[in-house]
Design a binder for this molecule. Structure first.
Ligand code: PLP
Length: 406
């Protein structure tokens, strides 16, 4: 893959007032105009470099948007107040009453709930498909289909979408492929593989410090402007605007994303290999046992690895809960939802982030009761972490101690 996103981010240069090395933070909700005529033109959305009102755009939000467009290799990007703010705006921009969309059935619980329980209010129909089966996706296309939606690496089952194949199906249907790339920033560049719109929850790896909630839509100028249209733009009218001060702090954190992703991936890969060798049921796209391993390898930028997420089956919900509590007690990580933090975070997705999905559907998609989702942290000494985690598992009978087996 020729595109070098970390270089593109590194090459951005925005100075602050007085030559500050960081851009100044725009601390205003509204902007003055020298003439009434320019104000009118800005309202119409045709004056570059002029700001009207910060729900529309602000300098700080534009700086962050440009860094995210550089990350994904798209023309531009709109930042939003959350990942869900980005997802809902895109869907409602593309779909109206009587329309239909195709979505992967294994997606973030909030997105699933929105598609399943909310869109019906507007008469928008959704087909949930197995995204790893291109034939099923193709067969779900209808004359009123408006978009195909998936996550490049899905939450929480880590299914890998074959983006070139899906974008071909979307192209043939004349609809955009919309990809949530929250789990694999830098590793996978969906826009370079044919996706027309790329979404992130910045709350996760991109910000990486678990202190902010934010999102982004990366796309071409036409779509991003349409989202901001004062008359009918879903971004503008639904109002999920990111605060400028947060945009500035996220931009600063983003500059170390390449270092963090490589380390998250290294650590997750290390643990996945060891635990698999110990006989545990581990799901990690970097393992050749993973059904999406080849698809990931084909699409990835190798230096950032297979990502920081893995799942492990503790056998039962009780064992999973006991293990998480014990690991937290040993300070190996926190029992918490979300991902991309410097500490390892773990949760049982069936009872937390995917609880929106009914139990029988969870079973059908392979979400077992004992499943623990890990977002592996930036531990400097991952070997030490491995041994400590293993001790916890042995104490709880999830792993049989080697000595006892002899
Ligand atoms: C967290 C998450 C979201 C939602 O993002 P928020 O910032 O919490 O609104 C969407 N997609 C994925 C894959 C996520 O992990």
């Amino acid at each position: 893959m020729g595109y070098r996103p970390a270089d593109a981010i590194q090459d951005l240069q925005y100075f602050g007032e007085y030559g500050g090395v960081n851009p100044s933070i725009s601390d205003s909700s509204t902007y003055t105009f020298l003439s009434a005529k320019t104000m009118f033109d800005t309202f119409e959305g045709n004056t570059e470099g002029c700001y009207l009102y910060s729900r529309h755009s602000s300098p700080s939000n534009l700086y962050l948007g440009e860094a995210l467009a550089a990350l994904e290799g798209t023309e531009t990007a709109n930042v939003t107040a959350s990942g869900m703010g980005a997802i809902t705006a895109v869907i409602l921009q593309l779909c109206s009453t009587g329309d239909h969309l195709i979505s992967s059935r294994t997606i973030y619980g909030g997105t699933y709930a929105f598609l399943k329980n909310f869109l019906c209010r507007f008469g928008i129909e959704v087909s949930f498909v197995d995204i790893t089966n291109p034939k099923a996706v193709q067969e779900a296309v209808q004359s009123n289909t408006r978009m195909i939606y998936c996550e490049s690496v899905s939450n929480p089952l880590l299914e890998v979408a074959d983006l070139p194949t899906l974008s071909k199906i979307a192209d043939e249907a004349g609809v955009p492929l919309v990809v949530d790339n929250t789990f694999s920033p830098l590793s996978i560049s969906p826009a370079k593989l044919g996706a027309r719109i790329v979404i992130h929850s910045l709350t996760k790896f991109i910000n990486g410090s678990s202190d902010a909630v934010a999102g982004v839509v990366c796309a071409d100028k036409e779509f991003c402007l349409a989202l901001k249209d004062v008359n009918d733009g879903a971004g503008m009218l639904l109002g999920s605007t990111l605060d400028s001060i947060r945009a500035a702090s996220i931009l600063k954190n983003m500059r170390t994303l390449h270092l963090r992703m490589a380390k998250h991936s290294y650590n997750a890969h290390y643990l996945a290999e060891r635990f698999e060798a110990d006989g545990l049921r581990v799901v990690y796209p970097g393992l050749s046992s993973h059904p999406g391993h080849e698809a990931f390898t084909k699409q990835m930028r190798a230096e950032y690895g297979y990502g920081g997420m893995l799942t492990l089956d503790a056998g039962s919900l009780d064992k999973a809960n006991a293990l998480m509590e014990m690991m937290q007690g040993e300070n190996l990580g926190y029992l918490a939802v979300s991902l991309g933090f410097y500490k390892t975070l773990f949760s049982a997705p069936g009872t937390s982030t995917s609880s929106e999905i009914p139990e029988d559907e969870q079973r059908e998609m392979g979400l077992s009761d004992g499943l623990i989702r890990f977002s592996i942290g930036l531990d400097q000494n991952i070997e030490r972490t491995y041994h400590k985690m293993k001790e916890c598992m042995e104490k709880l009978g999830i792993l049989t101690p080697v000595n006892a087996m002899r």
